[in-house]
Design a protein around this ligand. Structure first.
Ligand SMILES: O=C(CO)[C@@H](O)[C@H](O)COP(=O)(O)O
Ligand SMILES: [Co+2]
Length: 223
């Protein structure tokens, strides 16, 4: 029988992808006005996904502006060269896609050796079974519930069912990874995502388009 994780351990991570990049200070102030504990940073290369965002320079400039945990999500074809640059820029966690690397174990060990939390992510078409050999080594499993590249898409229900499988595996095997869910998270989808076993909810467009992000975040943390 699967159990919902305790509410006290829930994390909400607003994704800067949905923020206005020209007024980032104001957008970060919005996050600071809420109880969201993490800031999610989507790094895209126009190759692994059909979109471009930002890289280490902006993150390095952001680092002294916030005490929030910086959760980076690398949607790039060759994350290995970027891992040390992201660490140097000051992120706290680095998540890479299992679909993007050949030597996933080596890349995860590199992230850990740099003192950062190491995460692995899967796109909606990748099954949980693809992660069987890496789950014991990672701190975060990021389940993409939309096809990566853009904010504002609707959550793919079948992809969210992977949360349940991952939760069952970690209970059975005694693994310590946290389950993060990314894509289409809003006040309607959040309750069932927590119920399925999510620990972290990433929210982009729903957070930044809400006139009251503080109440929105409180709702997510308590629903
Ligand atoms: O990684 C991604 C998109 O590829 C996400 O982190 C998005 O930023 C989520 O945006 P919403 O679906 O919440 O609008
Ligand atoms: Co993301």
């Amino acid at each position: 029988m699967l159990q919902e994780n305790s509410k006290e351990n829930r994390i909400v991570a607003p994704s800067l992808l949905a923020a206005n990049f020209f007024t980032l200070s104001t957008e970060i102030a919005k996050v600071h006005d809420t109880s969201a504990q993490w800031i999610h940073l989507d790094v895209m290369d126009g190759h692994f996904v059909p979109n471009l965002t930002f890289g280490p320079k902006i993150i390095q400039d952001l680092r002294p502006q916030t005490d929030r945990f910086l959760d980076s999500h690398l949607m790039v074809s060759n994350p290995d060269f970027l891992i040390p640059l992201m660490a140097e820029a000051g992120v706290d966690a680095i998540t890479i896609h299992s679909e993007a690397v050949i030597h996933l174990h080596r890349s995860i060990q590199t992230i850990k050796a740099l003192g950062k939390l190491a995460g692995v992510s899967i796109v909606p078409s990748t099954p949980v079974s693809a992660l069987s050999e890496i789950l014991s080594f990672v701190d975060i499993v990021l389940v993409m519930t939309v096809n990566p590249g853009f904010g504002g898409q609707s959550l793919i229900e079948s992809a969210s069912d992977k949360i349940k499988s991952l939760d069952a595996i970690r209970i059975k095997m005694g693994y310590n990874f946290r389950i993060s869910v990314d894509g289409g998270v809003n006040s309607s989808t959040a309750p069932s995502l927590w119920k399925k076993g999510a620990d972290i909810l990433v929210t982009g467009s729903s957070f930044f388009s809400d006139p009251d992000p503080r109440s929105f975040t409180s709702f997510l943390l308590s629903c």
